[in-house]
Design a protein around this ligand. Structure first.
Ligand code: KG4
Ligand code: ZN
Length: 336
């Protein structure tokens, strides 16, 4: 039988990315053009600038993805593209590009949910992983605990009531002067610190054992910093980073493990940018081992935004018969 080749495009936030994926799980190319250097000067992603940077990069990124995969557009079976959630102007660049290519080359078009992409990143390196399993999705904009019932089929059992996990990392990093992007910087600083140095609260949501809350923790960290500034005490950044991170990881791991046990799944995966956090991976690994659960995670490069994961998700949508029309539009607040 003929190989199914997906050309995938991702532009929902600050990475312009394209990838060619063969038969769902083989990545022939994975090209990412990051805008981080452009946004660093502003301390965060500036939406208008993100859109412009996507426009500058996208044609080149797609050309590179095809070249590195040693294929031409004619070889491609279908075009997959992230259409939400994300920054509307950023998403529009990818969606317009995908529509133009699909129309000109007469290929099927498949709109992909960004979060479904993150979950699908787990299929790339774990060739034997198949639904159903529990997945903890932790990114800059999302914190969801889901049961992946089938490809593209999710039951949400928990979510954050306020900040997303990645958002908490980014805000704490900014407050303590580590800068943008916060997650990797807190992760690195925490390696030199004591996770038990400062007692920060664990966010709990009454009567919702699978929901998350990080705003209380964030306030506690900000209060700690303000208090130190007022009294002139010096802040040990590694200790603060490690203690904050320990609280987040504790909340994430305890709920994910509880979900796997209560719902009766022996497979647990993590996804999204925060899934590349070294402490989260280590603690989750340990907890899974203790509870007889198989732990799955993508390599860091497939945790943060990339197009390979979008290609994997698009493949499973394609074989399920999903096709998008020429009216496909960016949906910034697309629900899972
Ligand atoms: O999935 P992602 O690349 O983009 C979204 O869809 O949001 O996630 C980005 C988020 C940012 O908040 C970033 O600070 C966080 O993931 N992040 C990390 C790490 N690497 C990225 N958070 C903690 N530790 C990390 N190593
Ligand atoms: Zn993402």
């Amino acid at each position: 039988t003929k190989d199914i080749l997906i050309l995938a495009i991702e532009s929902s936030c600050d990475e312009t990315a394209a990838s060619v994926v063969k038969n769902g799980r083989t990545i022939l190319s994975n090209v990412i053009s990051s805008q981080i250097d452009t946004h660093t000067a502003y301390g965060g992603v500036v939406p208008e600038i993100a859109s412009r940077e996507h426009i500058k990069a996208i044609n080149y990124v797609i050309e590179r993805a095809l070249t590195e995969a040693a294929v031409t557009l004619a070889d491609i079976t279908a075009i997959g593209v992230t259409y939400g959630p994300g920054l509307v102007g950023a998403l529009l660049v990818g969606v317009a590009e995908a529509k133009a290519i699909a129309y000109a080359a007469q290929k099927p078009l498949i709109g992909v949910h960004h979060i479904e992409g993150h979950v699908s990143a787990n299929f790339i390196e774990n060739k034997d992983l198949e639904p159903p399993f529990v997945c903890l999705i932790v990114s800059g904009g999302h914190t969801h605990l889901v049961i992946v019932k089938d490809y593209g089929e999710f039951e949400i059992i928990g979510r954050t009531r306020d900040d997303a996990a990645g958002e908490a990392f980014d805000k704490v990093a900014r407050a303590v002067g580590l800068g943008y992007p916060g997650g990797p910087k807190v992760d690195r600083a925490a390696k030199e610190g004591n996770p038990h140095a400062i007692e920060f609260p664990r966010g709990k949501v009454a009567d919702s054992p699978y929901d998350f809350s990080f705003s209380g923790l964030k306030s506690a960290v900000l209060n700690y910093i303000n208090h130190a500034k007022m009294t002139g005490e010096e802040i040990c950044v590694p200790d603060l980073a490690a203690s904050f991170q320990n609280s987040v990881v504790d909340s994430l791991v305890s709920r994910a493990i509880l979900a796997a046990k209560e719902y009766g799944y022996q497979k647990l995966a993590i996804a999204g940018g925060v899934a590349s956090n070294t402490a989260l991976r280590a603690v989750m690994e340990e907890a899974c081992k203790k509870n007889g659960i198989s732990f799955y995670h993508p390599s860091p490069v497939f945790c943060t935004d990339n197009a390979a994961m979008i290609g994997v998700a698009a493949y499973y949508e394609y074989i399920r018969g999903k096709r998008s029309g020429w009216d496909l539009n960016a949906v910034p607040n697309l629900k899972l």
